[in-house]
Design a protein around this ligand. Structure first.
Ligand code: VG1
Ligand code: CO
Length: 543
């Protein structure tokens, strides 16, 4: 085998977004496109000669082929060993787990998460560092800079790379270990949670449904819930990963997880329902005819964390992304622990976890996780809930209502306008930014603006500053509207509007969420000109 040096031209559009580089499959299919980005990653890293790289992805269209290219390039660039999931598969949290457990130098994850897959869908790639977490902005910026000047990449010839079974082979002197994608992860879950109590719950007749949405979590959920915890067969639905996710949109929310939602809100609703996304890092939690917002889920897990063996000693602190509701803040206050507010995206939690300052983290976008890995973790959240349900022996709805009665309720919703005209969306954000200074003290509807700013974050660990992370408008009675543009979309722009109102009085905890937020929804349109500038009457997705 010989190392080949291939001449190439830079592509101008390889800027990583909120979570890696995500593009249409057709974009990735351009000659050298993937290779350029992979070489740009390697060129931005130092000191990996002879070290271990972890590679795997969510199984979407193009996953296996890209995995083989990365293996050949890792060998040509001097890595000593690659750990790769069988068939090129690894969920995002499992990849993080494997990087940490095997002391790898880093990892490459192939995923566009919840974005649809297949030849007309999306593909994605991201680099994770040795702590198992998404590369910080310093590295993603360096990768982008490199991608703009790259002229060549290195790759070895290889006849056949067999990834369909667990075995070891060498590729031009580099060792490749094809590993069971589930084993390390399942072992970690068994350390964190009370598997005996959960198994007992299933034995006593508790019934749940887990919708893997034809994505990567299927094999993980089947092994852990059905094989190890004894949940009946059929508990996991859509459990075989498909390259196009069965034509669906593997995003666990009330709109896209329709099969699960129909069952959980129907006459034959089970005790518990959950779903995960394309790459296995998101989760949706449902009780019988009851939806738990991700922000409330984070708050409830925080309040009940010590019921799980892995968290029995308590939490160092918690963190949430800025647009996530402040429900967890009040739990942290009651527990006397720190609560950090970070920009959107899991990469901002890494430093806090590495420094031992936070244990649990969460985002409103159906992401919850802890310092057990450095990614959000869908199935982990489901197991955490099961552990709490097994110990508290109350229905999901009762747990949440009791929680609200104690801490108050944060009515919360996100309105997404997907695939809108980029110029209009940018104009809308620019308009908001220009008007920020004039807003405080002003009356909008019946509310008075207390503050208005463009969120910026100074990392308390390394002092790095991230600006332009979303427009916040806060009102004197505690409500809030946040505007930001998505950094994960691949078509036009996606405008996200986050709405929140705190209600302390338990007598007022039964309102419909959209009604409880109706005045804020109207104000958001008014102040930003949403309908005028996007040409849309309604959001595409409401969560
Ligand atoms: C979205 C979510 C964000 C999440 C990111 C990656 O980003 O809002 O909270 O961290 O997706 O999640 P954006 O920039 O589109 O709002 V995943 O499961 O797509 O890796
Ligand atoms: Co995801």
């Amino acid at each position: 085998m010989a190392i080949q040096t291939i001449q190439t031209q830079p592509f101008p559009d390889q800027k990583p977004g909120t979570s890696g580089l995500r593009k249409k499959v057709a974009v990735f299919q351009q000659p050298h496109y993937l290779e350029n980005f992979v070489q740009s990653i390697f060129d931005s890293l130092d000191g990996f000669a002879g070290k271990t790289l972890v590679v795997g992805g969510d199984g979407r269209y193009g996953n296996l082929q890209a995995t083989m290219v990365i293996l050949r390039m890792a060998a040509a660039n001097g890595f000593g060993r690659v750990l790769v999931g069988r068939d090129g598969l690894l969920s995002t949290p499992a990849a993080s787990c494997v990087i940490r457990k095997h002391d790898a130098f880093g990892g490459i994850i192939l995923s566009a998460s919840h974005n649809p897959g297949g030849p007309d869908g999306d593909f994605g790639i991201k680099y994770n560092t040795g702590n198992g977490g998404p590369a910080p902005e310093k590295i993603t910026d360096a990768i982008f800079e490199r991608s703009k000047t790259i002229r060549e990449y290195r790759i070895v010839d290889a006849e056949e790379i067999a990834l369909d079974r667990e075995h070891e082979f060498t590729l031009d002197g580099m060792t490749v270990n094809v590993i069971d994608p589930v084993a390390d992860y399942a072992e970690l879950m068994a350390e964190l949670f009370d598997f005996r109590a959960i198994a007992h719950l299933f034995q006593s007749g508790f019934r749940m449904r887990f919708d893997a949405m034809h994505a990567i979590t299927g094999p993980y959920a089947t092994e852990i819930l059905q094989n190890r915890l004894g949940a009946p067969r059929g508990t996991v639905i859509n459990g075989v990963p498909l390259a196009d996710f069965g034509g669906g949109h593997p995003d666990p929310n009330l709109t896209y997880a329709k099969e699960l939602v129909d069952e959980m809100f129907g006459d034959k609703a089970l005790d518990f329902g959950a779903a995960s996304d394309g790459d296995g890092d998101r989760n949706m939690i449902l009780g019988r005819r009851f939806f738990v917002t991700p922000s409330d889920s984070l708050a409830l897990l925080t309040a009940n964390a010590t019921l799980a063996p892995g968290y029995a000693d308590g939490l160092a602190g918690v963190a949430r992304s800025m647009p996530t509701s402040a429900a967890v803040d009040r739990v942290a206050e009651a527990l006397g622990i720190d609560c950090f507010e970070t920009p959107t995206g899991w990469k901002f939690f890494g430093n806090l976890m590495d420094a031992g300052r936070v244990t649990l983290c969460g985002e409103e976008s159906f992401g919850t996780g802890s310092s057990h890995v450095r990614e959000k973790d869908g199935l982990w959240a489901v197991l955490f809930w099961l552990n709490i349900l097994a110990r508290r022996q109350q229905p999901v709805e009762t747990l949440i209502r009791t929680h609200w009665a104690r801490y108050g309720r944060n009515y919360y919703s996100r309105h997404d306008y997907e695939g809108v005209d980029t110029a209009g969306a940018e104009q809308l954000m620019a308009g908001l930014r220009e008007g920020l200074e004039t807003l405080p003290g002003r009356q909008l509807g019946l509310l008075t603006v207390a503050y208005a700013d463009d969120f910026s974050y100074t990392d308390p660990v390394d002092g790095s500053v991230s600006t332009g992370q979303g427009i916040r408008i806060g009102f004197s009675e505690g409500s809030r509207i946040v505007f930001r543009l998505s950094g994960t979309g691949t078509e036009g722009a996606t405008l996200r509007i986050y709405l929140e109102r705190f209600e302390a009085d338990p007598a007022r905890h039964d309102q419909d969420t959209q009604q409880a937020l109706a005045d804020l929804i109207a104000i958001a349109d008014d102040v930003a000109g949403i309908r005028r500038l996007t040409g849309r009457e309604f959001p595409t997705v409401i969560t």
